[in-house]
Design a protein around this ligand. Structure first.
Ligand SMILES: [Zn+2]
Length: 179
């Protein structure tokens, strides 16, 4: 299943890139000239691909995040989900999140026309989903052990960060986990 993460990472990064370009085009006021050059069906297809792409990456991303959190049997933690990501990546996605928030307020306040405002709002939010999904895929790729279930020597299910079984108290050794 791990090989599926590569196309998912590609789709997520492509979605992020296209949304960033749409964002730039909307802010720079280039949308009317782009719109006049593309036929209506191409415009519809582009919107459908960017919108549908969110679901295509977000659904597996949520399933992976739940799996890393042992199917919700332990407290959900983003820290666990993103354990395989370098800190710079988490800062970057935090930056995208902050940007989307500021963009939302600016777009609402701006006197942009319907299309530019719509594209700005949509692509700003879509960037968060694509960026977040990319981080979840990357984390799962770097740390495949996060996706496996850990057990204590007595066979109880244990969260990834626990050194001792919460049920019986036996030590869960690193080497004994999930192999
Ligand atoms: Zn136990």
């Amino acid at each position: 299943m791990r090989f599926l993460l590569i196309p998912l990472m590609l789709v997520a990064s492509l979605g992020l890139l296209l949304c960033a370009l749409a964002q730039v085009a909307a802010i720079a006021g280039l949308l009317p000239s782009i719109q006049s050059r593309l036929s209506e069906s191409v415009q519809m297809a582009a919107a459908a691909v960017l919108g549908g792409g969110i679901f295509a990456v977000w659904l597996p991303a949520v399933l992976l995040a739940q799996r890393i959190n042992n199917g919700g049997r332990f407290k959900f933690s983003w820290k666990k989900v993103l354990a395989g990501c370098p800190p710079q990546m988490i800062y970057a996605v935090g930056g995208i999140f902050a940007y989307a928030l500021i963009n939302f307020l600016l777009a609402i306040a701006s006197r942009d026309t319907g299309l530019a405002k719509g594209v700005r709002l949509f692509s700003g939010h879509a960037m968060v989903f694509y960026g977040m999904a990319f981080c979840i895929f990357f984390s799962s790729w770097r740390r495949p052990d996060l996706l496996r279930t850990r057990y204590c020597p007595a066979g109880h299910e244990v969260a990834h960060e626990d050194s001792f079984c919460p049920v019986c108290g036996l030590a869960v050794t690193q080497g004994a986990e999930d192999r």
